[in-house]
Design a protein around this ligand. Structure first.
Ligand code: HEC
Length: 82
């Protein structure tokens, strides 16, 4: 399974996905890479609500990479899941 294509029917069922190894994300996970040891680290990449700068801001970063399932979309109705 590892390294293979993960079936859509697994990814749409979060409980099942976690049981198969999906790691739910947290700031802790992100900052294993997004930290000042990264060659791409920019200490002023993010601007916080108070105007100060930060190299990583979990809330903004998560929004930037969000890819929610569109409302009304039924992945199981597609027939291409397996
Ligand atoms: C395995 C390492 C790794 C992990 C874990 C990781 N990232 Fe990244 N991320 C990268 C790399 C490499 C880049 C591209 C270089 C860059 O722009 O910092 C990147 C770029 C980004 C970018 C675009 C550049 C920026 O900082 O605005 C966002 C947004 C981002 N990651 C969000 C996240 C979020 C949110 C998490 C946690 C849910 C996360 N990343 C976890 C490695 C990682």
């Amino acid at each position: 399974m590892r390294g293979g294509i993960i079936a859509k029917k697994i990814m749409i069922d979060q409980e099942l996905a976690v049981s198969k190894g999906l790691v739910l994300q947290s700031a802790e996970v992100c900052t294993t890479c997004h930290n000042d040891e990264s060659p791409a680290w920019k200490p002023d990449r993010y601007t916080l609500a108070d105007g100060s700068k930060a190299g990583f801001d979990f809330d903004q970063a998560v929004n930037a990479i969000a890819h929610p399932v569109p409302e009304g979309y039924d992945p199981l109705a597609e027939g291409e899941a397996d």
